[in-house]
Design a protein around this ligand. Structure first.
Ligand code: NAP
Length: 449
């Protein structure tokens, strides 16, 4: 059952659903934000007058294109590319590129929509966008990845620019892919425009801490939530889904702060290591050799691998979903609560289903929605843009301190906004309302554009 939605906002949601048929993830993301906005319209009636909600739900521009490329056998392959430039009221469109076979317009739009509010929460001058392709990088050679990335950028480059649209990585897009795309952009435009992509390598314009930022930022946010309840991460048992960029660096920071991660996963299954996940081995398997998580238990015989297992059945006090959307449902949430979970931080975007979110909120666990909790990645992308603009390179410690301060600010902003709107401790309301108000004020100021 869905939550009640304000009577002035409900018709807007129905219109969004009718105008974007079949895009269920987009509908879910819009509903979740719109459910929070009734009281905002009471406080700011001008937002209704300017039709800000209607406008914010309609992307400024949507680009869909063919991506032809040749595989190693010489066979022609065709994929579909997307870039949704959702909102530029606060700055150039900013948001990652996802390469995964599940990608279609509805996924890119849900991610782009969430990105608007997330980016606003960072306090940095960045608008919201997202892109990607239904290309599956798994099992492809470096040569195939390069030819795909070059073809993808051969169309996308005309829509990008450091003042226009600045993509980054997401699922299936890491440093290797950003490198191939930046190389092609440079070749076509004849411009070494560092600020056009973030997540670059450290030798050619990247920022220290960007690789770690989403996972580290997530754990900083969870630590803040726990602190606000007089608690801390040290000594807590944690479970982290996924074993990609966000998951690996979330595990690293949990370890640094004295917690213990006993399970992680990939789309094939779950590995449980009661002694604590061996991070060096995990990095070797996932970052260097690009193998499956099942190989972890082949090296560490005391660990258990559960093919197609459900990670949320592993008892923990802190759960960090860091894989993909809708990976944690209502039943999983109930299982986590039964096993003593007190805090949930979303490293992934929209990993918890609406029923799961309701279960967590009803139980009053510290629940940090992705919009707020995983904003450290894009915030550090904005720090990378700052360094590129001033042709500077900051130290690891300085950049990490900036990230930590940003996550603290986001937490405080969400916490105080939730209190102001009569829902103390509800970070969903806090994040949606604080992010929305910032973008809405800018949209009013910029006129009807
Ligand atoms: P990644 O490095 O590609 O890792 C993704 C991980 O999630 C992999 O372990 C993958 O397993 C698993 N996964 C993906 N799809 C899955 C599915 N359908 N079922 C089960 N497992 C699945 O990607 P990432 O950058 O860490 O991103 C993870 C999440 O964080 C995404 O929701 C992304 O939007 C969000 N996020 C990322 C950033 C960032 O800076 N990278 C910032 C904010 C939010 P397989 O290898 O088996 O597919």
């Amino acid at each position: 059952m869905a939550n009640a939605i304000d009577e002035k906002v409900e018709p807007i949601l129905q219109e969004v659903i009718a105008r974007n048929p079949g895009e269920v993830e987009f509908h879910q993301a819009v509903r979740e934000v719109l459910e929070s906005l009734g009281p905002v319209l009471v406080k700011y009636p001008q937002f209704a007058h300017h039709k800000i909600i209607e406008r914010i739900c309609e992307p400024e521009r949507q680009i869909i294109f063919r991506v032809p490329w040749q595989d190693d056998r010489g066979e022609v392959q065709i994929n579909r590319g997307f870039r949704v430039e959702f909102n530029s009221a606060l700055g150039p469109y900013k948001g990652g590129l996802r390469f995964h076979p599940s990608v279609y317009l509805g996924i890119i739009k849900f991610l782009g929509f969430e990105q608007i509010f997330k980016n606003a929460l960072t306090g940095m001058p960045i608008g919201g966008g997202k892109g990607g392709s239904d290309f599956d990088p798994k099992g492809k050679t470096d040569g195939e990845i390069m030819r795909f990335c070059q073809s993808f950028m051969t169309e996308l480059y005309r829509h990008l620019g450091e003042y226009t649209d600045v993509p980054a990585g997401d699922i299936g897009v890491g440093g290797r892919e950003i490198g191939f795309m930046f190389g092609q952009y440079k070749r076509i435009t004849n411009r070494y425009e560092s600020g056009v992509l973030t997540g670059k390598g450290l030798d050619w314009g990247g920022s220290l801490v960007r690789t770690e930022a989403t996972g580290y930022g997530l754990v900083f946010f969870v630590q803040e939530m726990l602190k606000s309840r007089g608690d801390e991460l040290a000594g807590k048992t944690c479970v982290v889904s996924g074993s990609g960029n966000v998951a690996i660096y979330a595990i690293e920071k949990v370890n640094e702060l004295g917690g213990k991660v006993v399970a992680c996963s990939d789309s094939g299954g779950v590995v449980v290591d009661e002694q604590g996940i061996d991070l060096e081995l995990l990095k070797q398997i996932k970052e260097v050799e690009r193998r499956r998580i099942s190989d972890y238990a082949k090296v560490h015989k005391h660990a258990h691998y559960r093919a197609k297992g459900n990670i949320w059945e592993v008892p923990c006090q802190v759960a960090l979903p860091c894989a993909t959307q809708n990976e944690l449902n209502g039943k999983d949430a109930a299982t986590l609560l039964k096993n003593g979970c007190i805090a949930v931080g979303e490293g992934a975007n929209m990993p918890t289903t609406p029923e799961g979110v309701r279960t967590f909120l009803a139980a009053n666990v510290a629940y940090g929605p992705g919009k707020a909790a995983n904003a450290g990645g894009v915030a550090t992308s904005a720090l990378e843009m700052q360094q590129n603009a001033s042709r500077d390179a900051w130290s690891f410690d300085y950049t990490e301190q900036k990230l930590a301060a940003i996550m603290k600010d986001i937490h405080r902003n969400c916490y105080e906004t939730a209190e102001e709107f009569g829902m103390p401790g509800n970070y969903v309301i806090g994040a949606n309302v604080a992010g929305f108000i910032k973008v809405a004020k800018a949209m009013v100021a910029l006129g009807l554009v």
